[in-house]
Design a binder for this molecule. Structure first.
Ligand code: CO8
Length: 258
């Protein structure tokens, strides 16, 4: 399927979605969000796909929501269209793991989009920020909530109130990104991680994603109970039998997603 603002490629069970609006530094407009939601939904429901990588260019992941598109909108326009709402819901509904591979700027909605993914691998060139305050607005795609959960109140307030950018080292130190690699190795690293995930049982990977995400939505007590129930439930699967048998027989497991 041909898209206008993204490039999608599926190889060896991994779908790579590349944001592609170079003239606007991959700014997120309605077309891009709709296309992205469609590509993620397709990957989520395609049995051949086991992991998704979301990336931008070498210079920029995404410089935020498209300021040109938003500038003249009214409160009523935003409210009645539920601007970006259904599209981001579609991304969050994806049951397959999504890795964000970030080089260059990930600002505003760009930073928020990366944080919607399951984890972030950053190039040394990555720069994260929530500079919406410079435009007279606040984060609107989860920045005030997710960044605060990632890096804590003090750093999140600093980022949102001053609009300053965080480099890759600081992002790794603060827990925003899982790994930092030289820029030229970014896609290799992301693909390596995606391949590792693709080798697992997709059933188990989906359960892992659900369990970790639940930790952001619930109390510790409820989360622990939820995890325990999921753990028990996996004993109803062939992949649990295969995984444990393979360990005991000192061989690689052959998962069948059953
Ligand atoms: N929207 C639209 N166009 C953009 C954006 C953007 N966010 N960012 C850059 N561009 C465009 C520029 O206008 C310029 O276009 P042109 O060549 O036609 O003038 C082109 O991209 C190149 O940009 P620069 O010349 O500025 O490039 P620099 O390398 O000098 O600077 C920066 C790069 C630092 C990234 C700079 O472009 C910048 O600060 N961009 C804006 C960053 C920003 O403020 N992001 C937050 C946007 S608001 C947001 O994301 C809210 C999300 C919540 C949505 C909620 C929905 C419910």
């Amino acid at each position: 399927m041909a898209f206008e603002t993204i490039v999608v490629d599926t190889e060896e069970h991994v779908t790579t979605i590349r944001l592609n609006r170079p003239d606007a530094l991959n700014a997120l407009n309605q077309t891009l969000l709709k296309e992205l939601a469609q590509a993620v939904e397709e990957a989520s429901t395609n049995d051949n796909v086991r992991c998704v990588i979301l990336t931008g260019s070498e210079k920029v992941f995404a410089a935020g929501a498209d300021i040109r598109e938003m500038a003249e909108k009214s409160y009523v326009d935003m409210m009645t269209s539920d601007y970006f709402g259904p599209e981001t819901e579609a991304i969050l509904r994806c049951r397959k793991p999504i890795i964000a591979a970030v080089a260059g700027y990930a600002l505003g909605g760009g930073c928020e989009l990366a944080m919607m993914c399951d984890f972030i691998i950053a190039a040394e060139t990555a720069k994260f920020g929530q500079p919406e305050i410079n435009l007279g607005v606040v984060a609107g795609l989860g920045g005030s909530q997710r960044l605060t959960r990632f890096v804590g109140k003090s750093k999140s307030m600093d980022m949102h109130l001053t609009g300053r950018f965080m480099d890759a080292d600081e992002a790794e130190r603060s827990g925003l990104v899982s790994r930092v690699v030289p820029a030229k190795r970014l896609m290799e690293e992301a693909q390596g991680a995606a391949q590792k995930i693709a080798e697992k049982s997709i059933l188990t990977a989906m359960v892992v994603k659900e369990a970790v995400n639940r930790s952001y939505e619930t109390t510790l007590r409820e989360g622990l109970l939820f995890e325990r129930r999921l753990f028990f439930s996996l004993f109803a699967t062939e992949d649990q039998k295969e995984g444990m048998a393979a360990f005991l027989e000192k061989r690689e497991p052959q998962f069948r997603d059953k």
